[in-house]
Design a protein around this ligand. Structure first.
Ligand code: ATP
Length: 382
């Protein structure tokens, strides 16, 4: 449904906020630097990364609001943008209003002087005559979308009289009514309070499942990305550093940046001592560790072991059947409601362990840490 090939977009001159020096005293920042990915029909594909990594620029390029330097953007079988290089004269660049894509941005630009119904009907009414649906059809399509977004009762109300969550749903309804082949969403929930954000997250997921809309979603919120997406591209400094399903990215981060950005991890330096297929044995300062899924690093390589806090179990007694067991002392603990976080000193390192509240252990206690070999991953140094 969407294909991005080798997309590059730089900003030059005074406006560039980056530090990278280029020729003639100008500063050039590569907001998007050789990005490629593919989104299949029905997927909710998320661009995830910290502020300034190039997510919005990628999305705006797809929308036609930004002109890339080079690369290709194809939606279905329509080439939206294509240029081989900055100096290339053979450029295809469809204007935003001819791309027919749905867009919802952070600040939901609803029209305040219109009713809810008219806000949704407007994108259909302004179409040129040959493409405009009949009045009856517009009415039917708008009513159907309002029903899906659970806004039927508010149809006659002025848009500004809606709550924040309803206004955001209205913005979505307006994007959906044109039945776009692709829906582009840029942090659409970030202006809402935490509770509303969570409930709309579920609604978006429901919509995604029911309507099967192919969407590209931009967020810096890793929890939102994990909860919503069918696929995630993690971006760092203009590049995609890992592509995969939420679970793959969480459980087998490609590097330390991804492991740190998505969730919390314990990082321990080590050396690969033996390996067989995906299984590996790694020597660390705290002792040897056995891993069931490791990236392809040869024996002798330096690496970093990444252990999620929930992969660490704690017990007062040793468990001889555990694949990996270390010994330590509980230094602190924090109650999180559904879990208890422990800080445990192991040698010179501190390990975080997140366990069920029924296993909560008081500070000062000597404990055994069992490390689940299926939940430990190995990432390259740096
Ligand atoms: P955020 O989550 O903060 O919106 P982002 O990941 O979406 O960040 P972009 O907005 O795509 O990142 O910005 C990527 C880089 O390009 C940043 O260094 C930014 O400063 C720069 N940039 C973006 N737009 C412009 C512009 N119009 N002029 C100059 N530099 C820009």
């Amino acid at each position: 449904m969407l294909r991005i090939d080798n997309l590059v977009k730089s900003f030059a001159g005074e406006k560039a906020r980056g530090k990278k020096k280029a020729q003639a005293g100008h500063t050039t920042v590569f907001a998007v630097n050789d990005v490629s990915f593919e989104v299949k029909e029905g997927e909710l594909f998320t661009l995830l990364g910290p502020s300034g990594c190039g997510k919005t620029t990628t999305l705006r390029s797809i929308a036609g609001l930004e002109r890339p330097d080079s690369g290709t953007i194809t939606v279905g079988d329509r080439v939206m943008f294509s240029a081989k290089g900055a100096s290339n004269r053979q450029v295809t660049n469809l204007p935003a209003n001819q791309r027919g894509l749905g867009m919802v941005f952070q600040s939901y630009a609803i029209w305040p002087h219109m009713t809810v119904f008219d806000n949704v009907a407007f994108p259909l009414q302004v179409r040129k005559r040959s493409e405009r649906p009949s009045k009856a059809e517009i009415e039917e399509r708008v009513s159907r979308v309002l029903e899906t977004m659970e806004l039927s009762e508010q149809a006659g109300r002025q848009a500004t009289k809606l709550s924040g969550g309803q206004q955001q749903r209205l913005a979505l309804a307006r994007a959906l009514v044109i039945q776009p082949p692709l829906l582009l969403l840029d942090e659409p929930l970030s202006n809402l309070d935490a509770k509303l954000r969570e409930s709309l997250r579920y609604e978006l997921k429901r919509l995604q499942r029911e309507l099967g809309i192919t969407s590209v979603y931009v967020t810096h919120d890793q929890v939102e990305a994990l909860a919503l997406s069918t696929h995630i591209a993690v971006m760092q400094a203009g590049s995609v550093v890992q592509l995969g399903k939420p679970r793959e990215i969480y459980e087998t981060p490609a590097n330390k940046f991804v492991a740190e950005f998505i969730g919390t991890s314990n990082f321990i330096p080590g050396t690969v001592r033996a390996r067989e297929g995906a299984h590996a044995s790694v020597e660390t300062v705290n002792g040897a560790l056995y891993l069931e899924s490791a990236i392809d690093l040869p024996v002798g390589s330096e690496a970093v072991v990444s252990i999620r806090p929930e992969a660490v179990q704690l017990s007062r007694e040793s468990r001889p059947d555990a694949a990996n067991e270390w010994h330590g002392t509980v230094m602190a603990r924090a109650f999180l409601g559904d879990a208890v976080d422990h800080v445990v000193a192991v040698g010179k390192h501190e390990m975080r362990a997140r366990v069920n509240p029924s296993v909560s252990i008081e500070p000062g206690t000597q404990v055994y840490l069992q490390l689940d070999p299926a939940k430990i991953s190995l990432v390259p140094v740096g």
